[in-house]
Write a new protein. Structure first.
Lengths: 309, 321
């Protein structure tokens, strides 16, 4: 590991802390190239910088809109909420954190489960929402993703999980940890049923999410330069007492080390998923009536999905 | 030895020092009576202290450097232990032990983290303090697949601070190694009994901790994050670890209440580190009964039950309108 000591560049995480989400306002300066871009142009380009291809972070609804045909999908289990099983309080009660995240995101927790068509193929997609407590996985995220996989086994459809998460949710303690086991067990059943599972890893995907479903895809696909790892860069630095090299734990690093199948530009993602799913024998099929759960048909504009019953 | 006492065992440390002083003097009957009396006082003080341990104190007990290791249990409860090495991919990881042995005369497969407990610094370094790397998880799974192939039960001993958070862990895919174990252990077609006997450190623990029954020692902990790490992130102050330990609900009774573990294994008064023999005997009782009951299940039912067991985890924390 001598090559590290020569590296003068600081910790990779320094770039991760740059605001990557599309900020409010008319224009935004790209953290990749410094170019000033109109938000409207950025949105049309799936929040990818037209000049340098920097991938801004996008929300779960925008993600689904970019993948489902005509931006239409059916949402499942939208109303599951955490009841704060640990009665957890740090500097403020977890209940309050939940309440304010619910208010600011319009979601009840950090994942949206959706079914619909991707290039004519019936698929189940779970998209994680980073702005909901860092996309962390607690009992609700674990339960919803498990149910998504069970729907897929039931209907014999492929599963796509788009990860964007800091890992397990501390405020739900060991119950969060167990969601790693729960989702992985469901994926074992999907695997045994010979159904496709594609994991899409976006910036960031770390901790217990990486160490469970995000690494278990038949294909693991990453967006460019996404931070992907188990331990956080700061924890590793403290362990080895050295600065980490630039690019450590980025998508391209994981490809080099054999952990990711391919890195794909967001603008090419849907086409790549469709190709892979066809190889995996995903079938176009008529949309079924669905599960007894409350379903919401969502017709997405790029940003504000319109919910109808 | 006073050096073995924990910070909250100060009254015991004082008495141990008195005993030490008395022992250095020429032996007389009277002196021996005083020493015996002091030992009895230690026992009663210990009993009192351990009846009311706080979560943070349990963390300290769970991490005690003389807490029995997987091999301490193996040496006392198993015979003919044959350790096997290596993941057939990269290396042998000494932070996870794997091998076969006999338990109650029946062949079983053992996997377990080893922190180097009871050993000197050199042995702890050899074990990497129980921080396993990808090759450790892959070795464990390779061993467990062997158990599946030959239809032998697996007993997994859990005691790790965490998976190793280092550069080579990331390079060699620690996430994938843990994730793959979670998936494969969920479907491993042979009985698995998990014993969380020390520190259940997050994903590093869970990576070999999927099973039909989860036993947990009385003073063990099992947590999504170490209290120090939790305090550093949420309070921005790792000194608030005591509060974090309480908030995280990481004790055996907590986890039993959440349905994460099935049974609490009692420990000697004062913790397993004070009496390895008794600790092993207490585990023996629970282990024999548990292993017999999961081994008696028909395989299809056992796998379905294992799935449903983990499937149900977390339901207690969900409100569904
Ligand atoms: Zn740019």
């Amino acid at each position: 590991m001598a090559w590290f000591k020569k590296t003068k560049k600081p910790l990779a995480s320094s770039t991760a802390e740059k605001p990557s989400r599309v900020p409010e306002g008319l224009m935004v300066k790209c953290p990749g190239c410094g170019q000033v871009i109109y938000n409207k142009d950025l949105e049309k380009n799936l929040a990818v910088c037209p000049k340098c291809a920097h991938h801004f972070r996008i929300g779960a609804a925008e993600r689904l809109a970019s993948l489902f045909d005509a931006g239409r999908w059916t949402e499942h289990f939208p109303d599951l909420t955490s009841n704060d099983p640990l009665k957890f309080t740090d500097t403020k009660p977890y209940r309050d954190r939940l309440r304010s995240s619910i208010k600011s995101t319009g979601l009840k927790d950090a994942v949206i489960i959706a079914t619909g068509r991707l290039d004519g193929l019936d698929v189940v997609i779970a998209a994680m929402e980073y702005s909901f407590i860092g996309g962390s996985m607690g009992v609700v995220v674990g339960e919803k993703i498990t149910r998504a996989i069970e729907i897929a086994v039931d209907r014999r459809q492929p599963v796509i999980i788009v990860s964007c998460s800091g890992g397990a949710r501390m405020m739900e303690g060991a119950l969060s940890l167990m969601q790693m086991a729960k989702v992985s067990a469901a994926l074992a059943r999907l695997d045994r049923a010979k159904l496709p599972y594609i994991s899409v890893l976006t910036d960031p995907t770390t901790g217990g999410v990486t160490a469970s479903f995000a690494m278990l895809g038949d294909l693991n696909i990453a967006e460019p330069k996404a931070l992907i790892g188990f331990a956080g860069p700061r924890v590793i630095e403290q362990t080895i007492r050295q600065k980490l090299p630039e690019g450590f734990q980025r998508s391209e690093f994981l490809v080099d080390h054999g952990m990711i199948d391919l890195v794909i530009d967001r603008r090419e993602l849907k086409a790549a998923l469709a190709r892979a799913l066809r190889f995996m024998r995903a079938q176009p099929a008529p949309v079924e009536a669905g599960t007894p759960d409350a379903e919401i048909l969502v017709v997405a504009g790029a940003v504000e999905p319109e919910r109808q019953n | 030895m006073p050096s073995d006492t924990l910070e909250f065992e100060e009254p015991i440390a004082v008495l141990l020092k008195e005993i030490e002083a008395l022992s250095m003097m020429p032996q007389t009957d009277q002196r021996q009576q005083s020493i015996d009396g002091l030992y009895r006082r230690i026992e009663s003080i210990r009993g009192e202290i351990y009846k009311h341990l706080t979560p943070w104190q349990r963390v300290l007990v769970a991490r005690h450097s003389n807490r029995p290791s997987v091999l301490d249990y193996v040496n006392r409860l198993f015979t003919e232990f044959t350790e096997i090495a290596g993941d057939r991919r990269f290396a042998d990881d000494h932070a996870i032990v794997a091998g076969f042995a006999r338990y109650k005369d029946e062949p079983v497969l053992i996997v377990g983290h080893h922190k180097g407990s009871g050993g000197d610094t050199k042995q702890k370094v050899f074990r990497n303090f129980g921080y396993a790397k990808p090759e450790g998880y892959r070795k464990a799974l390779r061993a467990m697949k062997l158990a599946e192939k030959f239809q032998r039960p697996v007993i997994a001993f859990i005691d790790t601070p965490a998976a190793y958070p280092g550069v080579e862990s990331e390079e060699r895919g620690i996430s994938e190694a843990i994730a793959f174990n979670l998936r494969e252990m969920a479907a491993l077609d042979t009985p698995i009994v998990v014993v969380v006997h020390g520190e259940g450190g997050s994903g590093g623990a869970l990576g070999i901790a999927i099973g039909d029954r989860i036993l947990m020692h009385e003073f063990s902990i099992y947590s999504v994050i170490p209290p120090e790490g939790c305090a550093a992130i949420l309070w921005r102050d790792s000194a608030r670890k005591v509060e974090a330990a309480k908030a995280l609900k990481l004790t055996a009774p907590d986890l039993l209440g959440f349905g994460i573990i099935d049974e609490i294994v009692p420990e000697p008064i004062g913790g397993a580190h004070t009496n390895h023999e008794l600790a092993a005997a207490l585990l023996d009782t629970a282990l024999e009964r548990t292993l017999a009951s999961v081994s008696a299940m028909d395989p299809v039912t056992r796998l379905e039950t294992r799935y449903q067991k983990f499937r149900a985890m977390g339901s207690v924390g969900i409100t569904e309108p």
